[in-house]
Design a protein around this ligand. Structure first.
Ligand code: ZN
Length: 134
C-alpha cells in the first residue's frame, strides 16, 4: 500500500507555509537561483533528489506535512513527491511525516498570484522575509 500524494493550492498553502509542522520542498534545479523561491523552502534539486532523500528526512524532523513543488508542478514536483512517499514506505519509518503534498501550478503559479517570495541564496531558507511580508 503506498501513500497518496495530494495536491494543495497556493491560496491554501500560504497561511500554512510559516507553520512549524510544514516543510516546503523546492525541487527545481537551477531556476531557484534566478527566480527566487517560497520563503522558508528547502532546496532539493530534482537532479540529485534520489540520492538525498535520507538528508531530507533529517532536514524535516518534527514536520508532519511536506509540500513539494517545481516550476509548474507537472513533472519534477509530483515525481519527487511520489519517490519520497515510496522511500518512506520502504524505510518502514516515516519519521512522523503524515502528509505528502504537491503545490498546484508550482512556483510559477505562486509567483503569478503575487504570493511572497524570497531571494536569499541559502539552500535551506530561514524564511525571515516570509514572516515579514505574509
Ligand atoms: Zn530564502
Amino acid at each position: 500500500m503506498s501513500r497518496t500524494v495530494t495536491y494543495i493550492t497556493d491560496t491554501r498553502l500560504l497561511p500554512m507555509s510559516c507553520r512549524p509542522n510544514v516543510a516546503i520542498v523546492d525541487v527545481r534545479d537551477h531556476e531557484r537561483q534566478y527566480d527566487g523561491h517560497i520563503p522558508g523552502s528547502l532546496h532539493y534539486p530534482s537532479g540529485t533528489f534520489g540520492n538525498r532523500m535520507s538528508n531530507l528526512v533529517q532536514d524535516v524532523q518534527g514536520k508532519d506535512t511536506l509540500v513539494f513543488h517545481c516550476a509548474l508542478s507537472q513533472v519534477r514536483g509530483p515525481n519527487c513527491a511520489r519517490m519520497f512517499a515510496n522511500y518512506l514506505e520502504e524505510r518502514n519509518d516515516d519519521g512522523g511525516i503524515r502528509n505528502i503534498m504537491v503545490l498546484e501550478n508550482g512556483y510559477n503559479g505562486w509567483l503569478a498570484t503575487g504570493k511572497p517570495i524570497c531571494r536569499c541564496t541559502s539552500t535551506s531558507c530561514d524564511g525571515v522575509s516570509a514572516r515579514l511580508t505574509a
